[in-house]
Design a protein. Sequence first.
Length: 233
Amino acid sequence: DIVSHWLLAVGGILLLGDIIYRSIIIRFAAVTNMYESLLFFAALIVLVLFVYRLRFGEKTIRLIMFGGSMIAFVLIALASSPLLPSDITPPIPTLQSYWLVLHITLAFMGEAFFVVAFVGAILYLFSKDPDKKTSLDRLTYTAVVIGYPLYTAGALIFGSVWAHFAWGSFWSWDPKETWALVTWLVYTLYLHARLITRFRGTVTALIAVVGFLITIFTFLGVNFLMAGLHSYS
């Protein structure tokens, strides 16, 4: 357990080290293409898992660590695919904006917590132990509560500011923008169900699962299936 705990930290640091190395070479934050974004997202997931392990210690459900690590591994595997160029090249002028960096980093930070919520919700749906279900429900909720404002700031607020400077409009109904809004609305529904209508359990767990699936579609699916202003990323 101790070894796996620190392996998480080392893995996250190595991934971030690669991003820093690329950033030094191109003299800009290396988070603007798909290869870099996959590595950065994976690094944040691993580091969030490490923080959870530090915070909860042995109380941390091991399957949360395993599930989150597997998602990070899949992202790294996708980054290693020959379909994605890994050449170290400066981003095009439109992408050389620190509004974009804030947009990407905060959005991915929020999504890293959504990974924890997703794994927690999946485990909740398959668990038969009432005490474990209560713990998983609480973990899913707290992960969404942390991730939601980060995602809101990154994906919607700073994303809109960058869009204004890049394209002259805060909102263009670009497919990526639209699906980012759909993602935000699903997690808003989760919090509404949890805080206002007091729904708990299967309903909110399903919403958390759907929210993450839409998050992944927004990140990966839109780029490959829909043409838009974000196609180059």
